[in-house]
Design a protein. Structure first.
Length: 637
């Protein structure tokens, strides 16, 4: 069978399969799996609230147990060199709290031994883990906070203020600050006792230390914050109370219609505990609404065996990407499935000026968010994805045209001063945030320009007809990418794994922006991609790249990563090469016969070493797009 015929058959088969999976509201809804820790946190909070839902708790318990490794640990990605201490503590605690596992069980004994051998609770480097432990009586809050809660009262024009933090950091840090300030701890009659995991309670300290290069002493920095807090008018006790009320108001004002905080599961769980610290009853309507919202995020594994919590469901993202991929594969814009997807997406466009407007005071709003329930937190990547999906309809009717213009202008307004694009907010990359004494402070607390966001935005703008000769924003974005290329020719991708992801985004963006294939940056990137191609013709990168900050091969080929590499090579090669054809044949094999753990390897980035995501949609979206682009460019049909 020729590659031409095989390709047509593969694209047609994938398209039929995906069209059959569309929901009646026009959306596609694939599970978004962020690992076992969100499940553990949900189980811990449900037990803390003393909610009687044993069938659900059993399902969460069974999913956690299923992920335990032979040595007793849990991992955050399958090939992690050893078990992950934070994930193991999360799972061990939740399993004990569930009541379905017991400390004397062989598997629990193995988990306990692993935790002890790794140094116990005091060696956990996850702030989320420590916060859930402390709020539920298993860990002491620090004697003094590195960030006094009064920082919430600083005006936005202060050198240090709340809106220096990234949006996703703010909605997690604010409930943690409130919990820590109140030294809140709640237990129940069935709370486990984890005291054996450290020798003495005095050893359980929050080790506040600089996370950067240590060039500025942390205590000096903390003193400056406290002095700034003291300079505010009013009495210290009143200031603290005002800050607590501001934290409460901040959370309540950002509750989504489904009851979740900013549509993030982990932030919602922290909010529930923070509200308890303020005296809310466990059955308060706000808390019960939040629980209902969390339960609506539950999904099941492909085989239906296990239930898990999606930290934020990906319906908008999946729908936009799949609609665009199907259109690239030849499904016409007037097909009912595309029309229905567009109607769904138009209904999710956001017209409010919310937190993003603090750094970007543009009058017009028009972005899209990631989750079905997200009405407050648009981001650049989802917005360009939605605009790609409605592009072919934008010239045909006024409703689509207005949405297109709003979205395009919002995207252009979100370009950072340095020329790149970030995920959620503009110019939110303050150096002082990297001094915070928490694991991965820079990744957690800042929202800088990244190669993946900048490249994908340029690819969208270029495909929409904008080019570097007429638009300064394109030129500035291209220059940002050139400046941030790695020495080996790759780019680091923040929101995917990792160097393959960043290099794909950069190459497709540069190509769409008009950069010629012969440009030295393009040639170096192509050379790098070819140098890491696997013998079977595919590509696969380990999540370890995200931790070590250099490319680490997985030793196997992944459908999404193979598709990204192929899409990048197709973008810059006028004719197919043997390397491209070999990859295409493997990709066709993969999509028809998914097999092994690599079909569910996490290729979404979150927080290096702690948080990764497996998009169940990715093994369909990106292969279909790469195959369609090969067909479109090389087979002229």
């Amino acid at each position: 069978m020729t590659i031409d015929h095989e390709l047509r058959e593969g694209i047609a088969w994938m398209s039929r399969r995906l069209l059959a999976q569309q929901h009646s509201d026009g959306s596609w809804r694939f599970p978004f799996d962020s690992g076992t820790s969100p499940d553990a946190y949900l189980l811990i909070v449900l037990r803390t609230l003393e909610i009687d839902n044993e069938p659900l708790l059993r399902k969460l318990h069974d999913r956690l147990r299923s992920a335990q490794q032979p040595d007793g640990s849990w991992k955050v990605y399958p090939d992690e060199e050893q078990g992950n201490l934070a994930a193991t503590v999360d799972a061990y605690y939740a399993l004990l709290y569930s009541g379905f596992s017991h400390a004397g069980d062989e598997q629990m004994q193995l988990a306990k031994q692993f935790i002890s051998e790794q140094g116990g609770l005091r060696k956990v480097d996850s702030v989320l883990t420590k916060a859930f432990l402390a709020a539920t009586g298993q860990y002491p809050w620090p004697a003094s906070l590195v960030l006094p809660i009064e920082v919430l009262l600083f005006p936005n024009h202060f050198p240090v203020n709340l809106y220096d933090f990234s949006s996703y950091a703010r909605v997690h840090f604010i409930p943690i600050l409130l919990l820590a300030d109140r030294r809140f701890s709640v237990t129940t009659p069935i709370s486990p006792d984890l005291s054996e995991l450290s020798a003495t309670r005095s050893e359980l300290t929050w080790e506040w230390r600089p996370s950067g290069d240590g060039s500025r002493p942390m205590d000096t920095w903390v003193d400056s914050l406290k002095q700034a807090a003291g300079s505010l008018a009013g009495y210290p006790a009143q200031l603290r109370e005002d800050a607590r009320r501001k934290a409460e108001r901040y959370m309540l004002d950002r509750i989504e219609p489904d009851g979740t905080l900013y549509s993030y599961g982990t932030a919602t769980l922290l909010m529930i505990l923070a509200l308890l610290s303020l005296g809310y009853d466990k059955r308060h309507p706000v808390i019960m609404h939040a629980v209902d919202g969390l339960l609506r995020t539950l999904a099941v594994t492909d085989d239906g065996a296990y239930t898990f919590m999606q930290n934020t469901p990906s319906a908008v993202w999946d729908t936009a990407l799949l609609s665009h991929a199907l259109q690239e594969a030849g499904v016409p814009a007037d097909h009912p499935a595309i029309q229905n997807a567009s109607a769904y997406l138009l209904g999710k466009q956001q017209y409010k000026r919310t937190d993003w407007a603090v750094h970007n005071p543009i009058d017009i709003a028009g972005g899209w968010g990631f989750s079905d329930s997200n009405t407050l937190n648009p981001d650049v990547d989802d917005t360009t994805a939605a605009l790609r999906a409605i592009h072919r309809l934008a010239a045909k009717d006024e409703h689509h045209t207005d949405a297109w213009n709003r979205g395009l202008n919002w995207i252009l307004s979100m370009q950072n001063k340095d020329g790149g694009w970030a995920a959620f907010e503009k110019d939110t990359d303050k150096e002082w945030l990297s001094w915070l004494p928490i694991h991965g402070a820079r990744d957690v607390a800042t929202d800088p320009s990244t190669a993946d966001l900048t490249g994908r935005t340029l690819e969208f703008l270029g495909s929409a007809g904008l080019n570097h000769e007429r638009f300064a924003c394109i030129r500035r974005g291209t220059e940002w990418l050139m400046r941030h290329q790695e020495k080996d020719g790759s780019w680091y991708g923040r929101w995917g794994i990792c160097y393959i992801y960043g290099t794909w985004a950069a190459l497709t963006g540069l190509s769409a922006a008009g950069t010629i294939p012969q440009h030295p940056s393009v040639q170096r990137a192509v050379g790098w991609l070819l140098s890491i191609q696997n013998e079977d013709g595919g590509w696969g990168e380990s999540c370890s790249s995200d931790v070590k900050r250099h490319y680490v091969p997985l030793g196997a080929s992944i459908p999404s990563q193979t598709a990204w590499a192929l899409d990048a090579l197709i973008a810059v090669h006028p004719r197919p090469t043997s390397a491209i054809d070999k990859g295409i044949r493997l990709l066709l094999d993969m999509v028809r016969s998914p097999h092994g753990w690599t079909s569910h390897y996490p290729t979404g980035g979150g927080l290096p070493g702690l948080f990764y995501s497996d998009y169940y949609s990715y093994k369909s979206i990106w292969p279909l797009l790469a195959l369609a682009r090969y067909q479109k460019k090389y087979l002229h049909s």
